[in-house]
Design a protein around this ligand. Structure first.
Ligand code: APR
Length: 257
């Protein structure tokens, strides 16, 4: 795998920074084998566009189809582990005084890699909640019949605890990420097409507030021309290189998977 050159002044700026924010998207989990949204859906789900499944109207129209799509993604995650990109961000969390990782991903891989100061802007696929009261439900029966399981408290259908298109993000998570972005000295944007709002606003807030904006993505995105640095590489290569360049003497923490 090709190594990547980290600009010396970026490494120095990151090492000296006391306030760092990171926004991640599906691209950071690609090297763990989790398909990104813009990749073609594979297998059974190839004929569906995620944007037609991850919506309240899709759930209203065919709740069992949406439930089964998330159940299949949850099952697929069972055999997946964090990759060096997730681990590098967990190490950064331990090395930076004031650090926050805001992820759009629902796969739980950042937490499994050891990230602690983390907000999940779009929820987490491992969690299930009541579609009426939005209370998280710890366990449920795999349903027979043609409906998702009922909420044990009120009988309404259960649904994944993720943010669908047209839905509001968890207020506290978004507010925490926005506050951090507006005071960041450095903001990394990793593995996101930066097309879905309001998450896509975070890098613009950081840039407007004077942060150094760094994009990590093998492809160009709308952010590329406003970023101060573009590491045109996969997260699993660029992030470990960035951490090693900024903190060459830090101990190599093993991933907590
Ligand atoms: N390392 C870094 N970036 C990568 C890698 C990799 N190994 N592989 C792909 N990418 C990049 C792609 O170039 C693309 O820019 O990751 C990005 C993935 O973009 P999307 O599939 O649009 O995923 P994301 O940006 O997270 O989507 C945002 O949209 O579909 C909704 O709610 C869903 O959270 C999701 C949101």
């Amino acid at each position: 795998m090709r190594a990547i050159e980290i600009p010396q002044d970026l490494a120095l700026t990151l090492r000296r920074a006391t306030r760092v924010v990171v926004l991640t998207g599906a691209g950071i989990s690609a090297e763990s084998g989790v398909p990104t949204f813009r990749d073609a859906q594979t297998g059974l789900w190839a004929k569906f566009d995620p944007r037609e499944l991850a919506t309240p109207s899709a759930f209203a129209r065919n709740p069992r189809l949406v439930w089964d799509w998330y159940a299949s993604r949850r099952e697929a995650l069972a055999g997946i582990v964090p990759n060096p990109g997730h681990v590098a961000l967990a190490r950064m969390d331990a090395l930076v005084h004031d650090f926050l990782l805001a992820t759009q991903n629902v796969d739980g891989l950042h937490e499994r890699a050891g990230s602690r100061r983390l907000v999940e802007l779009h929820g987490n696929i491992a969690r299930v909640k009541c579609s009426r009261e939005h209370r998280v439900v710890a366990k449920w029966e795999t349903p027979g019949g043609d409906l998702p399981p009922p909420c044990p408290h009120c009988g309404a259908l259960l649904r994944p605890d993720v943010v669908w298109f047209e839905e509001m993000l968890p207020e506290d998570a978004l507010a925490r990420a926005e506050r951090a972005a507006r005071r960041a000295e450095v903001m990394l944007v990793v593995g996101t097409s930066a097309e879905v709002w309001p998450a896509a606003a975070l890098p613009r807030h950081a840039k407007a507030a004077g942060a150094r904006l760094v994009e990590v993505n093998p492809e160009a995105t709308p952010l590329s021309e406003v970023a101060d640095d573009v590491l045109r590489a996969r997260a699993g290569i660029a992030l470990p290189a960035l951490v090693a360049a900024a903190w060459p003497d830090a101990p190599h923490a093993a991933p907590a998977v």
